[in-house]
Design a protein around this ligand. Sequence first.
Ligand code: DGL
Length: 259
Amino acid sequence: MNTQPIGIFDSGIGGTSIFKEIHALLPNENIIYLADSKYAPYGNKSKARIIELSIKNTELLLAKDCKLIVVACNTATTNAIKVLRTQYDVPFIGIEPAIKPAALNTKTKAVGILATKGTLSSELFHKTTDLYSNGINVIEQVGEGIVPLIEVGKTNSEEMKALLKVYVEPMLIANIDYLVLGCTHYPYLIPLLSELLPKHIKIIDSGLAVAKQTKAVLEQKKLMNETNAAPKIEFYTNGNKAVLEAILNKTFKTSELDF
Ligand code: DGL
């Protein structure tokens, strides 16, 4: 059982930011990653459609014998994880925007959150935000257009910089000291965001927390891979392989697959 792979899926290549954290913390584990790039972005799709796509990805990972599934997508987590957990026995790890640490640590009492429309409009996001944001000004911004640019490899383009400039403007006016990246594609924007934001603004995401939670659940359910063999890491995309390879610095095997 414990040499079975961990399955990870995202609407595209963004969840590789989560894969990197998981692989660093759990270097023995075999991993299968699905980039559902053909259907990206999920952010503007209906809840029903996001659930449908999440089920499709889950079924494929289960067919590949995964022992645990990481939903490496805030949009899919906030809209579909409840359904996945009711329909399947395998443990699911989700990702949500790191509102809690930002709200607990802000000195200016203002935090910015950049995420997809699907995440920001979800019930789960509102529940978490309401729980922690008492007395705090939360500036929500939909990152419209960001994911499609990352999916075509234009992460560090002038086009991206222009978009981000517009999105952070209201946050700067509100004097935020924390910017929460609420989409797994966005950690790849940190170099550009660091150019645009004053140094005292901390940029946070949930990648490490998800990796730690994955480890904790594997331990608790006695699913850790305790062998010392080199891990088998496989990436599958139903989109353009070259973009996925580039974001992984060509370190791992990637294949195109129609799913
Ligand atoms: N990477 C995803 C997230 O964390 C989804 C982005 C999208 O497909 O819109 O929300």
